[in-house]
Design a protein around this ligand. Structure first.
Ligand code: COA
Length: 151
């Protein structure tokens, strides 16, 4: 059996951004910019974390607290580390932080073509509650997923 992966977590800091951008740019059709990540640090809402195996950044993710709704803004796993339950671990971590903060539900938007992410969210108990046609700048529709958090 494979050894369980030991993930370390840190709050996003400026020193992480160069590596994160390398991962972001090959992971998303419309990647976040450096300014987007810096914004996560500068805002008082900074709920954004970086996940390591040893000293290597392998994943990151975060959410905004929107009036009791934890809106997941980004979950990304570096390509060479995918399909090893790291995305699931990041998601579980974000949900537990939301619960700790007393949030009532979690939500997110996902591209309708992103079957990997949709399967990840469905496996974690999210259900589709709506969609936003042409939500993304390239015209793709977003599916809205939501999950009630245990109080
Ligand atoms: C989506 C993403 C975060 C998943 O991370 P991951 O570490 O590979 O996911 P996990 O190994 O934890 O997979 C958990 C479940 O998600 C689903 N899943 C993950 N990758 C999948 C794929 N390529 N195809 C189909 N289902 C997939 C499966 O149900 C999987 O459970 P299983 O392993 O028992 O089959 C990763 O593919 C990624 O970073 N993609 C690019 C960025 C992105 O699209 N982020 C989401 C934006 S909304």
């Amino acid at each position: 059996m494979d050894e369980p992966i030991k993930l370390f977590v840190a709050v996003l800091a400026r020193e992480h951004i160069d590596t994160i951008l390398d991962i972001e740019n090959v992971s998303h059709r419309l990647p976040w910019s450096r300014a987007n990540f810096e914004g996560e640090i500068e805002t008082g809402q900074a709920n954004f974390w970086v996940f390591f195996i040893g000293s290597a950044i392998v994943a990151y993710g975060g959410f905004w607290n929107m009036d009791g709704d934890g809106n997941i803004t980004n979950i990304t796993v570096a390509e060479e580390y995918r399909k090893r339950k790291i995305g699931s671990s990041v998601l579980i971590f974000l949900l537990s932080e939301m619960t700790r903060m007393g949030l009532e539900k979690a939500s997110l938007e996902v591209r309708e073509s992103n079957s990997a992410a949709i399967a990840l969210y469905a496996a974690a108990g999210f259900t589709q509650v709506g969609q936003r046609t042409k939500y993304y700048d390239d015209g793709e529709t977003a599916l809205i997923f939501s999950k009630t958090l245990a109080g």
